[in-house]
Design a binder for this molecule. Structure first.
Ligand code: SAM
Length: 171
């Protein structure tokens, strides 16, 4: 089943922070620009807009973006939705105060994620991990995120339960 079919079957989600930031919401600024990469149904993008950020959100699945638009309308916030295939690279330029990439893993994209951060910008990444999981395709090896973003100031580095999370800031 592809992502469009999944989204069509799932309906909209509730706006909310990236899972690694639950209880750490204060790390996220309330002004500036945010980017949600592979935003899916846009639940994080809408939450970022509710928090006060100017948000770009991109995904390849039109059905996910449509659910995001509906959620943004319901929340009376504006998000700039971008349909894009990340296999062709990140189609935006820099200056983001927050960059989120949650549950989409493409190691070739890691330099671009760091590259679009504004000075002081916050990067929030969650990927599937082999740590605490039986394994399978598309999972990060131990230490993958820490190694990829070693030039950033790492605030949170967690692996377990089949996921790896990194929260880091560009000094
Ligand atoms: C597991 S979902 C995560 C969605 C969202 N970030 C979240 O945490 O709820 C993975 C997302 O990646 C998107 N995706 C997969 N391959 C993609 C690609 N090549 N370009 C853009 N988006 C892609 C899918 O459409 C889907 O929305």
């Amino acid at each position: 089943m592809d992502w469009n079919d999944r989204f069509a079957a799932s309906g909209p989600g509730e706006p909310g922070p990236p899972s690694v930031l639950v209880g750490r919401e204060d790390l996220v600024p309330t002004t500036g620009r945010a980017l949600d990469v592979a935003c899916g149904r846009g639940t994080v993008a809408v939450w970022l807009a509710q928090r006060g950020l100017v948000v770009d959100a991109l995904d390849a699945a039109p059905a996910g973006l449509a659910l995001g638009r509906a959620a943004a309308d319901a929340a009376a916030v504006t998000v700039h939705w971008i349909e894009a295939d990340l296999d062709e690279g990140l189609p935006v330029t820099g200056g983001y105060d927050v960059v989120v990439c949650q549950r989409f893993r493409d190691p070739a994209l890691y330099p671009a994620l760091a590259g679009v951060l504004a000075p002081g910008g916050l990067l929030v990444v969650t990927v599937l991990s082999v740590v605490g999981d039986a394994g399978g395709r598309f999972r990060a090896e131990p230490g993958e995120l820490r190694g990829a973003f070693a030039d950033l100031d790492v605030l949170v580095d967690e692996e377990g339960g089949g996921e790896a999370h990194l929260v880091a800031r560009l000094d």
